[in-house]
Design a protein around this ligand. Structure first.
Ligand code: ADP
Length: 190
């Protein structure tokens, strides 16, 4: 099964991804984690993407798509796949679909974890103080939220038109949301 996790920053994508990896043995691919690793290790890629990330901007499609497709190509095709933070633009959606089609694969569903934006800003502020993520600084976080609102809607529409969009209420405890995610996936036939 190939699942795309959607949600604004702070919606709990990363946390839910981790829980799904534990409960259902998904292979988790997070473009945010990959970029953060690259920046931490100051690789060529890291030096290029650092500025975008610190500005709360999206890394250009060309760079992001290339990195993701290379990662997909090197992963075991037998695994269930959980994509977290990708796709974020319709160009990324198209590139992913095209790459999957050549391997006779397709996205099974896109899970949109839905949380009210005021609650998100609160959560992000808390995360900033705990994890010390530079891009969680309140001003940058606001910028990311602004940037993400439109693009998330475009990506959600993309999957909605293909009848693949499933909404999950992201309010409540981590465990409650996890149970909702599981029940949605079960209905979908994981
Ligand atoms: P969040 O969902 O909290 O913004 P992520 O960890 O998914 O955090 O991403 C962190 C940053 O990495 C983004 O702000 C962006 O700069 C970059 N990034 C991650 N995924 C993508 C993507 N699919 N396309 C473009 N940029 C991305």
């Amino acid at each position: 099964m190939i699942v795309v996790l959607l949600g604004l920053i702070g919606a709990g994508k990363g946390t839910q991804a981790k829980m799904l990896v534990e409960s259902n043995d998904f292979l988790h691919i997070s473009t945010g984690d990959m970029f953060r690793d690259a920046v931490k290790n100051q690789t060529d890629l890291g030096k290029i993407v650092e500025g975008y990330m610190n500005d709360g901007a999206l890394v250009p499609d060309e760079i992001t798509i290339k990195m993701l497709l290379e990662r997909l190509a090197s992963s075991q095709s037998s695994n269930d796949l959980l994509l977290d933070g990708f796709p974020r633009t319709t160009a990324q959606c198209d590139a992913l679909d095209n790459a999957l089609v050549t391997n006779n694969l397709e996205i099974d569903c896109a899970l949109n974890i839905d949380v009210d934006e005021n609650i998100l800003l609160d959560r992000i502020a808390k995360r900033a103080s705990i994890e010390n993520r530079q891009d969680d600084d309140p001003e940058i976080a606001k910028q990311r939220l602004e940037n993400q609102r439109t693009t998330l809607q475009e990506v959600a529409n993309y999957y909605d038109q293909k009848n693949k969009l499933l909404k999950v209420d992201g309010l409540g405890s981590v465990e409650e949301v996890h149970q909702r995610v599981l029940s949605v996936l079960e209905k979908k036939g994981s």
